[in-house]
Design a protein around this ligand. Sequence first.
Ligand code: MTE
Length: 331
Amino acid sequence: MHLRRTDRGFDRPTPSEITPRTVYEARRAWLRQMAAGAAGLPLAAWAARDAQAAFARPGKLPALQTVPSKAAGAGTDEAVTRYEDVTGYNNYYEFGLGKDDPARNAHTLRTSPWTVEIDGLAAKPGKYAIEDLLKLSPLEDRIYRLRCVEGWSMVIPWAGYSLSALLKRAEPLSSAKYVEFHTLADKATMPYVGSRVLEWPYVEGLRMDEAMHPLTLLAFGMYGEVLPNQNGAPVRLVVPWKYGFKSAKSIVRIRFTDREPRTAWNKAAPQEYGFYSNVNPDVDHPRWSQATERRIGEGGLFAKRRKTLPFNGYGAQVAQLYAGMDLRKQF
Ligand code: MTE
């Protein structure tokens, strides 16, 4: 590991270290494999080959009429990040490990037909077609900051409704303490499902009160349009006070359970990614500080970093959920 000492006294990671270790190692192995397999074909040319298949904006959803949100914390005065950045700089490991891989590769994702199954500890489990899910509650405009565990952030206008609207329909039993989210894992259309970076499907989880919190969003669109595939079409979670990896993309199953879910990142590196993963500038990632962040679109790597706020700035709305907990231990 190669760390630089900064004048502020903490170790700032080099860009290679901002990538989770498992991903970084897998990417190196993949590059070696590619270099060996594509002997004679320079890597850049190989990469440019399928950049042709790059992504086209998906356009308006017929049902994408939004209403202003009344949820406290659903707006911000901060500048919205450029659409090109939000759709061109992604983490969606099913489609590759590089930030530009999802935009290039996710066109293979089939988002229709799509159903979301709700099961587990609930009186009214069910299966919803995406068309019915869209109509279940009015879609609201919500502008959220998204803070990635890697140290960058964006400001994104979403269209969706509180996840609680859907969860309540299923009538969870009193024994249901957690909600688990399973996302699509289809080897035929997702080139990295089957790779050893993570266990598939990508699973995430929330405690019941977190899942029911009005800010927890089930999102169907962004920037007034359908979610692009690389951002988690056709339906994803957005949990603005947690690191971005909690916001599962392309959800196919929601399960009520009495046990804390084993999540994909927690399984891959438990000492680095805890179950809660609330944005917390006071708890460093084992390999880098979480005190500051780089806002994507603000002048590249040399732009002044912003201070990261506790709960990503949503403390007034969510801090009480964690009263009495030691968030250094339950990170
Ligand atoms: N969901 C799935 N299914 N697969 C993923 O790899 N990556 C997570 C999260 N949801 C991921 C996922 C991570 S690490 C982040 S930071 C956010 O998605 C990124 O969301 P964005 O690309 O829309 O900004």
